[in-house]
Design a binder for this molecule. Structure first.
Ligand code: SAH
Ligand code: MG
Length: 212
């Protein structure tokens, strides 16, 4: 038995999440939602932070957004960003079925534009989960730091990108984007960070100091 199987027997994916995954895949969306173990970790992190305002970049069918929403403090909200209309439609249905439509706000559009719009609205978040196009992770990093409350937690998925990040012969834009993201994370004066070898890898960073 491997580590993930050992964990899965104690904390199996619950039926609601299993149904969300199946419905999303049946609708033709790619099978790239976070695995159950990472979903559970997202819920746990939102709870540990006591987050009331959570931001997600990259919704897909809404699996991880539901995991994030499950950890919210009373009165808390998740804002999630998705540019593909087909994905957004599946996600809206996911949120309705899960009874979370009032706690999750889906913003349709390109992430950079929506992040700039949130900045104009003076929005601030306690936990920020990045899971969109990997080549732009370094650009998203600065935008997310600008939207983070002091002490906020940044979380980024696919940190190892199927281990391509570890392979020096892999030089595609997504892999290079992730490498630049990790270097920026490690050197950022406002961040205390680390990569966790869980799922496809999670980057974690705590934001220090006051948001500008
Ligand atoms: N977080 C989801 C999986 C997200 S997959 C989960 O674990 O359940 C990545 C998603 O990001 C896809 O739905 C893709 O359409 C979206 N995406 C990619 N680039 C984007 C961009 N520039 N702006 C907004 N959404 C984007
Ligand atoms: Mg992912």
């Amino acid at each position: 038995m491997d580590r993930d199987a050992f964990i899965a027997q104690l904390w199996p994916e619950d039926p609601t999440l299993a149904e969300i995954r199946q419905r999303s895949e049946a609708a033709g969306l790619p099978s790239i939602a976070v695995p159950p173990l990472v979903g559970r970790l997202l819920t746990l992190l939102v709870r540990a932070v006591g987050a009331r305002a959570v931001l997600e970049v990259g919704t897909l069918g809404g699996y991880s957004a539901v995991c994030l929403a499950r950890g919210l403090a009373p009165g808390g909200r998740v804002v999630t960003i998705e540019r593909e209309a087909r994905h957004a439609a599946v996600a809206e249905e996911t949120f309705r079925r899960a009874g979370l439509a009032d706690r999750i706000e889906l913003r349709r559009g390109d992430a950079l534009e929506v992040l700039a719009q949130l900045r104009r609205e003076n929005a601030r978040f306690d936990l920020l989960f990045l899971d969109a196009d990997k080549e732009r992770y370094p650009t998203y990093l600065e935008a997310l730091v600008g939207l983070a409350r002091p002490g906020a937690l940044l979380v980024a998925d696919n940190a190892f990108w199927h281990d391509r990040v570890l392979d020096p012969t892999a030089t595609d834009p997504a892999t290079e984007g992730l490498r630049r993201f990790h270097t920026a994370l490690a050197r950022h004066p406002q961040l205390f960070s680390l990569l966790l070898p869980v799922g496809d890898g999670l980057a974690l960073a705590v934001v220090r100091g006051a948001a500008p």
